[in-house]
Design a binder for this molecule. Structure first.
Ligand SMILES: CC(C)(COP(=O)(O)OP(=O)(O)OC[C@H]1O[C@@H](n2cnc3c(N)ncnc32)[C@H](O)[C@@H]1OP(=O)(O)O)[C@@H](O)C(=O)NCCC(=O)NCCS
Length: 119
C-alpha cells in the first residue's frame, strides 16, 4: 500500500467514436482506469481548454484543473493539466507531520487544513 501510494498515473487517448458518444462509454472507461490506478497518489491528464466535453467528464469524476500550459505538446496549442488525488495526499501528509501538541492546538490545525481543502 505504501509503495503504491507513491506512484502516479497519467491518462491519455480517451476517445469515443462520434457515432457512439453521449452513451456513458467514456465515463465507464475512465471509471475503470481510475479503479486500476486507485493506489496512486496522483492521477493526471491534459486536454485542450476548449474541450468542454472532456473537461466536464473529468470534473464530474473529481479532477480539477491544476495549470495551463501554452505549448504543452509543441504544437502551438494550449493544454490544461487536470489532476485528481494529490491535494488530499498533501493535506494528509501535513496532518501526519504536525508535531504532537495540546488538544486545542491540534483542533486549530485541523480547522486550518479543512479550510485549505475548501479553497
Ligand atoms: C470527450 C469524450 C471522450 C466523451 O465521450 P462520451 O462517451 O461521449 O462521454 P460520456 O457519454 O461517457 O459522458 C460523460 C460525461 O462527459 C461530459 N460530456 C460528454 N460529452 C459532452 C458534450 N458534448 N458536452 C458537454 N459535456 C459532455 C458530460 O459531463 C457527461 O456526463 P452526462 O452525460 O451525465 O452529462 C468524447 O467526446 C470524445 O471522444 N471526444 C474526442 C476525443 C477527446 O477529446 N478525448 C479527450 C482527450 S483528453
Amino acid at each position: 500500500m505504501e509503495a503504491s501510494r507513491r506512484r502516479s498515473a497519467y491518462l491519455s487517448n480517451i476517445a469515443v467514436d462520434p457515432d457512439f458518444r453521449r452513451r456513458g462509454i467514456a465515463r465507464a472507461a475512465t471509471v475503470f482506469l481510475l479503479e486500476e490506478a486507485k493506489g496512486c497518489a496522483r492521477i493526471d491528464l491534459v486536454t485542450h481548454p476548449d474541450n468542454a466535453a472532456a473537461i466536464a467528464l473529468y470534473r464530474s469524476l473529481g479532477f480539477e484543473v491544476e495549470s495551463r500550459k501554452e505549448n504543452y505538446f509543441g504544437d502551438g496549442q494550449p493544454r490544461v493539466v487536470m489532476l485528481r488525488g494529490v491535494r488530499t495526499e498533501i493535506i494528509t501528509s501535513r496532518l501526519l507531520l504536525r508535531p504532537a501538541a495540546g488538544a486545542d492546538r491540534m483542533q486549530l490545525h485541523r480547522l486550518e487544513q479543512d479550510s485549505e481543502v475548501m479553497r
